[in-house]
Design a protein around this ligand. Sequence first.
Ligand code: PAF
Length: 281
Amino acid sequence: MKIVETIAETRAFLDAVRAQHRSLGFVPTMGYLHDGHASLIRRARAENDAVAVSIFVNPLQFGANEDLAAYPRDLERDAKLCESEGADIVFAPSVAEMYPSPNPFSIVVGDIGNKLCGRTRPGHFDGVATVVAKLFNIAGPCRAYFGAKDAQQLVVIRRLARAFDFPVEVVGCPIVREADGLAMSSRNVYLEPAEREAALVLKRALDEAAAAVRQGERDGRRIAEDIAARISSEPRARLDYAVCADPETLDDVERVEGAALLAVAAWFGKARLIDNMTVTP
Ligand code: PAF
């Protein structure tokens, strides 16, 4: 497996893959890889002839008071995981390689980026869209794999690919959870043991809401309020949001008649965690 830091070398490697008529699976990440990322790489491996992983902690998607400096990093360990899961190349650029200008151009995603996480993370999805657009440009035609835990991110990236006609098939992959239900996240390392235990309330609240829908609950506002109340009943949780939303537009759903996205975000100590579940009546 090759580890490269430059855009030029990455392009040359991936162009050579396509010149041999081999399909490419691409897994963009911010590193500090866990089993969720491993499952994306495995899926890319199973569905393509070659696999590229990018590892880049993208400063544009962090707000001024967020954890950019503290974000966990371990390239050596990540590279081993990529190799053991069968990646062919890891692209791990520096910030200067990705953003040579101190005032980089940015994509503005608009309304879809201002909902859910965007309410408390202004500009976050502009930063995500900008780096993903660059990564898609660098990777070229491929299938790109993203986890469904970042449900809003997946919606934004699908729209991005359509809006700019990237020759990229965006593949959403299921959330990977720890044995006790906690959704895997690089930010779980911030959790103290008691906070980690408390964070299980996210999945429990979603499970209870899904059970309510199965039993006939259709009132979107009540579903969202019940999820919020359940999470807020946990003393260590500081709720950001709980919604019952349309999976495509992310607008609140009044009556659950088709698929609905139940999505939550809450703080546990230093960690802001998100989780979601799609329910269908
Ligand atoms: O989900 C992530 O790890 C990041 O937001 C992404 C898509 C790699 C962009 O930096």
